[in-house]
Design a protein around this ligand. Structure first.
Ligand code: RAM
Length: 907
């Protein structure tokens, strides 16, 4: 298990002999098992110790079980991806792909990676859905005494059951794979071992249409003779509590959980044994007496089942499972990285509140659970763990903001000396744990926080000289981790945890600088597509549960913004191909209802600039700006997809919306109706203003900030745009003032008051009023963390030119300023890693840049004397690797290609 979620190191220049391919991916994943497509995309990244190096050609050879099935031949292309071009791959086969890359000098280097296909055809499934059968086993024990506070409601959740099947293998095993999923949550075992380290599988999708199955290799676990496979099955998103409506919010998809698994064992003689879930499986309740994502888990160690998934186990009193038949029509191969525990967070302090009752501080707000060590308890002793993000003034746990989420786990001891408890089917959003009923003294060594989230590969890092800004970045990162739990959620702690669409689209650019979130968002977008109404509207939350609202401005616009942003960042046009019908139907829906191009009708929930401070951004302004944005991206997608007529038509429509926006909302002095910061930011960021009014609007924006003593009023929609727009128009110092501000409202204010994650609302806690409204007050919410895009993009200065996709043509434009005297960032683009570091000292600015092979970059170096800028000690005019472009009086601008460069200039 990884102990930290950090960017992996690349080999240093000294360790490399030339152009080197690394991070080989199949369908954007590392060595995936069970892919669902017969023509997967293969991709790789490049690194090189040599300046100007690039990939001149590549070659892929595809081998199935050691036999070559495709050879791309040498292709004189710089692309770092190719779709499998041989005969379509066949189901349930293993592949090795060998990649060779050739540099401009003709040197070749090679790398290889693997993948396996899943089950392509429904008739390959022999598995049936199985579930607890009340007829053969009416035994139902009410959950362990979860007396307080909501026993009745929780009684709808049945104890998780263990399922097993014992079978004989009469031949050795050459390869064994198990394909497994659940309506609910499962943890799979074979021959006494837990299989894989995935959590909360199969993850949350719109189960009505899409249920992902996972594939695990169990070759080394099985053997000739008796074998056992089995699983523990919980409720999860399928039939447990999700959202806030305590009367109806369990059972969104079904009433009780079901399991489906198919083990396929290959033998040396070419024969196969298939063992699949059916009525021959048996089931038994075990130590987990209750488990729910929101409510918590109860574990009674006295009911442990021993070696229940091992051969030789006496399962005489296990009951036959109910066999529901084999409808596999909703099954899809998993396409994205599962949730995993990615870090152990040690407790930092334990405070005794009363005998046996302690508050544990992990020092970090996170999503996950704890592992508790129990020493010296008597059989039947019950320990209660309550989770919370904050403490009250009296030192007690603050839980009012969790609303109806109990977030409470129970452990009942078997009196076995040293015991460990860690729940498996629940997630809490917390920093503090109240441990009640603990025998003896609890120490920090007894409690470990287990952070879990979708294990999206880390793609970036940022650090600078200011500890406050580093803390902000850490809070943004933890906000991402705590809320990317299978789907992008708004919060991990209260009874909500929903995939709010605006939050997702606003945070996506920041998220992508920190982790490779392509497949994560593609998976979520598939649920968005499924949920689009017949008319074309998009629900506020995806997967679509809880709220009937759909078509909200800035929320539903995720339909266009998410695919277009993914395309720009990752350069995979397949995203647009899939999303195109969704994008188009969405903008047509808004257009139909608003033929005069001002989006007033069909605005559904209309949250405006959600959680703005003390102002009201005009809702029509916000909606119409977003309408223009969505149509712009739809036109752009059409262009990429070669749909010239659509591109022209939507392009024209976008210009008309912009004109209508100006006519309706912008006066001759460039004032935008409502005159709020977000009111100015939206048309500036979305390019809606004519040149004459653009500069005037910037002045009004700046004047508003000045009038308020350089203080922000922006909510979710405006905040992401604030610092980038100020920087773009020459007001970087104002952006820095907002960054460093620690008065209310600001990011710094939360940090001054101990925040380790981004808060949902600027007034989550204030000196004046204490805790914000209990009705809605999450302390782990990423939306206001969208300033991360500015830290990577403008402060460290890593972005791409407007025409570029996949960061092939980089713009390195750092903005030294504020209290920072250095900043550095690394980011894994689809081509390879880009790194920047700037430092200001003794009147000199240094800028170190590394550009990956095949990419180009325009470098903007702020300077007091453009003619004095040097690279590795030489004037730029003498450098053969640097092309000088026309400087401005305060900036050196030049072009470079791949490699590492060291610029210096008078600051
Ligand atoms: C709350 C949350 C969420 C937001 C909605 C409108 O549920 O703040 O993030 O998108 O409101």
């Amino acid at each position: 298990m990884k102990t930290e979620w950090v960017l992996p190191e690349l080999p240093s220049a000294a360790e490399l002999s030339g152009l080197t391919a690394y991070d080989l991916r199949c369908e954007h994943r590392v060595d995936p098992l069970g892919i669902g497509t017969a023509r997967p995309r293969l991709s790789w990244r490049l690194t090189s110790p040599t300046r100007g190096d690039r990939q001149d050609a590549f070659r892929v050879q595809m081998l199935r079980d050691g036999v070559q099935v495709w050879d791309s031949g040498w292709r004189s292309e710089s692309a770092t991806y190719v779709d499998h071009g041989g005969a379509p791959l066949t189901s349930q086969t293993d592949h090795v792909w060998q990649l060779s890359v050739r540099d401009a000098a003709g040197e070749v280097s090679s790398a290889e990676a693997t993948f396996a296909t899943g089950l392509f055809h429904q008739d390959e499934w022999e598995a049936h859905w199985i579930e607890h059968d009340y007829e053969t086993d009416p035994y139902f024990e009410p959950p362990v005494d979860r007396a307080e506070p909501r026993t009745v409601r929780q009684a709808t959740i049945a104890p998780p059951r263990h399922y097993r099947r014992s079978f004989e293998l009469t031949q050795p095993v050459t390869r064994a794979r198990v394909y497994v999923t659940a309506h609910g949550l499962y943890q799979f075992s074979a021959n006494g071992q837990r299989i894989g380290n995935d959590e909360l599988t199969p993850g949350w999708t719109d189960y009505r249409e899409r249920v992902a199955y996972q594939t695990y290799d169990v070759t080394d676990v099985l053997h000739e003779g008796e074998n056992v496979i089995g699983a523990v099955l919980g409720e999860g998103w399928w039939s447990g509590y999700v959202g806030w409506d305590t009367r109806s919010h369990a059972h969104h998809y079904g009433k009780k959980p079901q399991l489906l698994a198919q083990l396929v064992v290959d033998h040396p003689d070419g024969s196969r044994t298939v063992v699949a879930t059916d009525g021959r499986w048996v089931e038994h309740v075990g130590p987990i007496r209750f488990a729910d994502l929101l409510m918590g888990e109860s574990y009674d160690a006295r009911h442990e089942l021993g070696a229940w998934s091992s051969p030789g186990y006496d399962a005489g009193d296990w009951a036959p499972a109910g066999d529901l038949g084999g409808d596999v029509s909703t099954l899809i191969a998993a396409t994205t990285d599962p949730v995993r525990v990615t870090e152990d967070v040690p407790a930092t302090a334990v405070t005794a509140l009363a005998p046996g009752r302690f508050i544990v501080d992990l020092g970090q707000n996170l999503a996950g659970r704890v592992r508790l060590r129990v020493r010296g308890a008597q059989a039947g002793d019950r320990i209660r763990l309550r989770h919370g993000e904050m403490l009250q003034a009296d030192g007690e746990l603050y839980t009012a903001n969790l609303r109806t989420a109990d977030a409470t786990d129970y452990f009942v001891s078997a009196g076995a000396g040293e015991e460990f408890f860690e729940p498996i089917f629940t997630v809490h959003g917390f920093r503090y744990v109240e441990v009640d009923g603990y025998p003896g003294e609890l120490t920090t060594a007894d409690v470990t926080g287990r952070a879990l989230h979708s294990d999206t590969p880390v793609a970036g890092r940022f650090e600078c000289s200011d500890p406050g800004v580093n803390q902000l970045l850490s809070n943004i990162r933890w906000g991402q981790r705590g809320n990317f739990v299978s789907v992008p959620t708004d919060c991990p702690q209260r009874d909500e945890r929903l995939g709010w669409t605006a939050d997702a689209q606003i945070f996506l650019p920041t998220a992508a600088y920190q982790a490779d979130v392509l497949t994560f968002f593609e998976n979520w977008f598939a649920d968005l597509a499924v949920a689009q109404t017949d008319e074309g509207a998009i629900p506020d939350v995806i997967p679509h549960v809880i709220t009937g609202r759909h078509g909200t401005p800035a929320w539903a616009d995720a339909a266009t913004i998410v695919p277009w942003t993914l395309y720009r960042i990752y350069g995979d046009e397949r995203v647009l191909r899939t999303a195109w019908p969704v994008m188009r139907r969405w903008v047509d829906y808004v257009h139909r209802a608003n033929p005069d191009l001002i989006w007033r009708k069909r605005t559904s929930g209309h949250y405006g600039d959600w959680l703005q401070v003390g102002v009201q951004t005009d809702r029509d302004v916000l909606a119409t700006a977003y309408f223009a944005r969505s149509v712009e991206f739809t036109a752009a997608a059409a262009q990429v997809l070669g749909l010239a007529d659509e591109a022209a038509a939507y392009g024209e429509l976008r210009d008309k919306i912009a004109a209508a926006f100006v006519a309706e909302f912008v006066d001759a002095e460039g004032k935008v109706r409502g005159e709020t910061q977000t009111g100015y930011l939206l048309p500036l960021a979305f390019g809606l203003l004519p040149e004459q009014t653009e500069q005037a609007a910037v002045k009004h924006l700046v004047a508003d900030l000045e009038l308020r003593g350089r203080s922000l009023t922006t909510g979710f929609a405006g905040v992401a745009l604030l610092c980038p727009i100020l920087t773009k128009y020459g007001y970087a110092e104002l952006a820095y003032d907002l960054l460093h501000d620690d008065r209310y409202p600001s990011w710094g204010y939360s940090i001054k008051h101990g925040a380790t994650t981004i808060w949902e609302r600027w007034d989550g806690w204030t000196e004046e009023n204490g805790f914000g409204p209990v009705a809605m007050n999450s302390f782990n919410h990423y939306s206001l963390g969208s300033v991360g895009e500015w830290l990577y993009g403008d402060v460290a200065g890593i972005s791409q030119s407007p025409e570029s996709v996949g960061f092939r043509d980089l713009v390195i434009k750092p903005s030294p300023g504020g209290r920072l005297n250095w900043a550095e960032a690394s980011y894994d683009t689809p081509t390879g890693r880009v790194t920047t570091r700037w430092q200001q000292s003794d009147g000199t600015l240094t800028l170190d840049v590394t550009i990956p092979p095949g990419a180009t970059a325009t470098i903007h170096i702020p300077t007091t004397n453009p003619n004095a800028t040097k690279e590795s000690g030489h004037p730029l005019s003498q450098s053969k690797d640097v092309t000088l472009l026309d400087p401005t009086p305060d900036t050196t601008i030049c072009r470079i290609s791949s490699g590492t460069y060291h610029f210096t200039t008078p600051a």
